[in-house]
Design a protein around this ligand. Sequence first.
Ligand code: FO1
Length: 326
Amino acid sequence: MKITVLSGGVGGARFTRGLQAALRTRLPDGSGGTTADVTVVANVGDDMWLHGVRVCPDLDTLMYTLGGGVHEEQGWGRRDETRRTSDDLAAYGLGWEWFTLGDLDLATHLARTELLSSGLPLSAVTERLCERWKPGVRLLPATDHEVETHVQTADGLIHFEEWWVRHRAALPALGFVQVGLDDAVPAPGVLAALTDADLVVIPPSNPVVSVGTILTLPGVRDAIRSARGSVVGVSPIVGGAPVRGMADACLTAIGVETSAEAVARHYGRRDSGGLLDAWLVDDADAATAATLRDEGWRTAATDTLMVDVPAATHVAATALDLATRA
Ligand code: FO1
C-alpha cells in the first residue's frame, strides 16, 4: 500500500509517527515493520539561510521526529541540545537573537550546506541525511528550489520565521508570498508519489503556510485530485482554535474562518473540484462532522489530540479507517 502525506512541521511529524505505528499493526511485514510504503512531501517554505548555512525547519522536524532525535516537548530541534555556538554568535551581534540554532542542530545544517555546495539538489541531500536518521519513510522536499514564505505586513515583507518566532504571528499579516515560486517545480518523485498513492493524507499541519505552500507548486493540486486512492484530511482546528501554533492568524490573513468546517471547505471536496474525499475532525466538532455529512461529505469525529504516540496512532488509524471506508 502506497501512502503519501503532505506535511509541515510538528503536527505532520507527530501524525506520521502515529501512522507508522498504525501500519505496523495493520500491514505487518513479519519482522516488526510494515509492508506499506510511506512518502512524506515536506514544506520548504520555512527554509532560510542563516550564518551561511541552510536551515530547513519542517524537513528537520520530520527527520528528527521520525528518526528518534527530536526534542519531544518542543516538537522541533534536537533532544539534549545545547546552544553555546548560538550564544557566542550573538556576542558578535550576528544572526537572529530570537531564533536559536542548537549546537547539534547546526551539525545538520553544516552537513546539508556542505552537500548542497557539492552540487546535490535538496532532495538528494535529504535522502543522504536520512541514511543516518532512518525515518522509515521516503522524505521529499516539496521542491528542490528555494521557495521561501514571506509575510506581507504593514512594515513590508518579512521572512515567515521572523513573523512566526519573533512576532509569534501577532503582527497582522496581510497575506503570504512564496518568494521564488515562479522558477519552482515539484521535486523529483513528488507528483508521482501523489498520483500513484493508494492513500493521500493531509495531516493536521498548518493549512496555509505548510500544506497551502505545498499546494502552490505547479501540478500538485492536480496530482492529488488524480490520485489513484482516496484523499483524507485531518482538521488542525479543534473547537475553533488551532491545537498548537498560530494557524488562526494564518487563516485570518487569507480570509478563512478558524473552524474545522471552514478549513474543510477551504480544501474543498474532490468531487466538486477540491481535494478531499474525507475529513476527520475532533470530537469537539462532532456537529461539524454531521453538517458536512448531510451535504454528502464523508466525515468522522474522534479524539484528534496527539498528546503522545498512542494518541497519534489512534488518529492515524481512524483516518485510515475513514479513507478505506470510501
Ligand atoms: N521555533 C521557535 O519558536 N524558536 C526558535 O528559536 C526556533 C529555532 C528553530 C531552529 C531550527 C528549526 O529547524 C526550527 C526552529 N524553530 C524555532 C521552530 C520553527 O519555527 C518551526 O519548526 C516551523 O518553522 C514552524 O512550524
